[in-house]
Design a protein around this ligand. Structure first.
Ligand code: PEP
Ligand code: MG
Length: 570
């Protein structure tokens, strides 16, 4: 069965099928005011029990919950106590004379549909939380008992339609070696938690997974997203060998943590991490990063009801600066719009949001917001080696305007006798083709470039990065994209400014030698990708990388380029 491999590793074990609670009593209509009042009371009681259950999971020291798991539970408590859900359910009980079960099913269904229709992938994945709290209240309403934490035998692979966030957290997972679910996505909580616990997981396997019964033998390949059910002995033997090789390889890669990323002919390469806040730093250093090549500041703005104040932002940037142990941190100014929305910032709907009011365009229009962020970053710059980076630059005027606002922010701080690093370095993301093509012009204005291949690829190829239907066209190895990248690196070097890459291509092992051959020396990526890229760098020479680059630039199609790079990798 093919699904999405979301947490790597190979596991072999026995199935434990997590069943959803039985369907409850439905279709009961209430007869009079008393029944209505009692039903509302029954609902309120179930909600308070649900909150108490989650509080008790949170307080259970044996589970040694991580910060992100506690955050999941906090979100659920917030949803459970959301006045809108209560108001909608009460209204359906009062006006529709529905019982609490039916009223809740309808209200939860509406919320789930609302979240699922949102453009933002993160918000879409939150629909799992809504379903989860709905199920929890229904369980309590139907007196079918609490969410029980089943006892697992050693080497258990948990199979379910979807594993709700609180189920995952409440489970005693010391014997769990894998998760496979019918639904789910790369950003769902099952994924986040499986990854944080290092347990292989495959999600989105489809309804066929429902045929699995307890104690079936399962092989779960979280690298390739494959689940085998009662496989033949040779497949088991084959995967036992693969599993051992995978474990050996992971241990080897982890052991590279303190080794510098230097090619076999002595070229030092900088491997930095892409992070969203100070909480990501431990993992980044654990995987051997030497600094932060991209601090996406959007998260600070997303998880709340209003814009963060200058002081709140200052604390956030200061924590990152202090946590970065004097390594460089590139702070990207806010990149909202496109697929990233703020619930409290009413951006008008647009026909082409990725071509619309986003990132630096908003900042130059809403100078008040930009000034607040710049002042907060500047204040934090005395606590570490912070640099500022502007996203979505398409022309030189935007850089000049942004720089003049930085100068104003500095002047204000100076007037108020507030310390900041007057020499803070300023750079831009190169993620729009016009910026790549005019890299020679833009290089004269800034201290560094960082190539954002995620957007550069979508804008160069006219392929929406969110559209699954055309994802086969989203191809960083397209010769057009490669020529733009090569030009940016060349012009950066010619003008003596730093050039890095923080788009996903920097973490693609197939691209590493090609990019090294082009002269790229700064790679920034998600923490988990660093060891594998470092391994490629230390096992190869720049000379070999240059040969590969020369050959690739003579090829006319990405098919040929990819086939050639695959062969070279072997
Ligand atoms: C990019 O576009 O490559 C990039 C790193 O920015 P984001 O993915 O946040 O748009
Ligand atoms: Mg981008």
């Amino acid at each position: 069965m093919k699904g999405i491999g979301v947490s790597p590793g190979i596991s072999i074990g026995k199935a434990f099928v997590l069943k959803k609670p039985e369907a409850a009593l439905t279709g009961v209509l209430l007869n009079n005011e008393i029944e209505i009042l009692l039903e509302i009371e029954r609902f309120d009681l179930a909600v308070s029990h649900a909150v108490a259950e989650i509080e008790s999971i949170k307080a259970n020291a044996q589970l040694s919950l991580q910060d992100e798991e506690l955050a999941v539970l906090e979100t659920q408590i917030e949803l459970l106590t959301d006045p809108q859900i209560k108001a909608d359910v009460t209204q359906k009980i009062e006006n529709g004379k529905n019982n609490a079960h039916d009223a809740l099913v309808e209200v939860i269904g509406n919320f789930v549909r609302l979240f699922e229709s949102m453009d933002d992938q993160y918000m879409r994945a939150r629909s799992a939380d809504i379903k989860d709290i709905g199920r929890r209240i229904l369980n309590l309403l139907d007196k079918s008992g609490k969410v029980t934490a089943p006892e697992f035998d050693p080497d258990t692979i948990v199979i379910a339609e979807d594993i709700s966030p609180s189920d995952t957290i409440a489970m005693d997972i010391k014997h769990v070696v894998g998760f496979a679910t019918q639904t789910g996505s790369r950003t769902s909580h099952t994924t986040i938690i499986a990854k944080s616990k290092g347990i292989p997981a495959v999600v989105g396997c489809g309804e066929e997974l429902g045929t699995v019964v307890n104690n079936d033998i399962i092989i779960l390949d979280g690298i390739n997203g494959i689940v085998y059910i009662n496989p033949a002995q040779e497949i088991i033997d084959d995967h036992t060998i693969k599993r051992e090789a995978y474990l050996r390889q992971s241990a080897k890669l982890k052991a590279l943590k303190d080794i510098s990323a230097i090619t076999s002919d002595g070229e030092k390469i900088t491997l930095s991490a892409n992070i969203s806040g100070a909480d990501d730093l431990d993992d980044a250093f654990y995987n051997g990063c030497v600094g932060v090549g991209l601090l996406r500041t959007e998260l600070l703005f997303m998880d709340r009801d209003s814009f963060p104040t200058e002081d709140e932002q200052f604390e956030f940037y200061k924590n990152v600066a202090l946590g970065s142990k004097n390594n460089t941190v590139i702070v990207r100014t806010i990149d909202i719009g496109g697929d990233k929305h703020l619930p409290y910032f009413n951006l008008p709907a647009e026909l082409n949001p990725f071509l619309g009011y986003r990132a630096i365009r908003i900042c130059l229009d809403r100078k008040d917001l930009f000034m607040t962020q710049l002042k907060a970053i500047l204040r934090a710059s005395v606590f570490g080696d912070l640099k500022i980076m502007f996203p979505m630059i398409s022309n030189v005027q935007e850089i000049r305007s942004a720089k003049s606002i930085v100068a104003q922010a500095k002047a204000e701080l100076l007037n108020n006798h507030i310390a900041f690093n007057a020499d803070i370095k300023l750079g831009i993301m190169i993620e729009i083709p016009s910026a790549a093509i005019t890299a020679d012009i833009l290089a004269k204005e800034v201290d560094f470039f960082s190539i954002g291949t995620n957007d550069l690829c979508q804008y160069t190829l006219a392929v929406d990065r969110m559209n699954e239907k055309i994802s086969h066209l989203y191809d960083p190895f397209n010769p057009g994209v490669l020529r733009l990248i090569q030009k940016v690196i060349e012009q950066g070097h010619k003008h003596n400014i730093g050039v890095g890459m923080c788009g996903e291509m920097a973490s693609d092992p197939l691209a590493t030698l090609l990019l090294l051959g082009m002269g790229l020396t700064d790679f920034s990526m998600s923490a988990a990708a660093i060891p594998a890229i470092k391994n490629i760098i230390i096992s190869n020479s720049i000379k070999k990388a240059r040969d590969i680059y020369k050959n690739v630039m003579e090829m006319d199609s990405s098919e040929k380029i990819i086939a050639y790079l695959q062969e070279a990798a072997q």
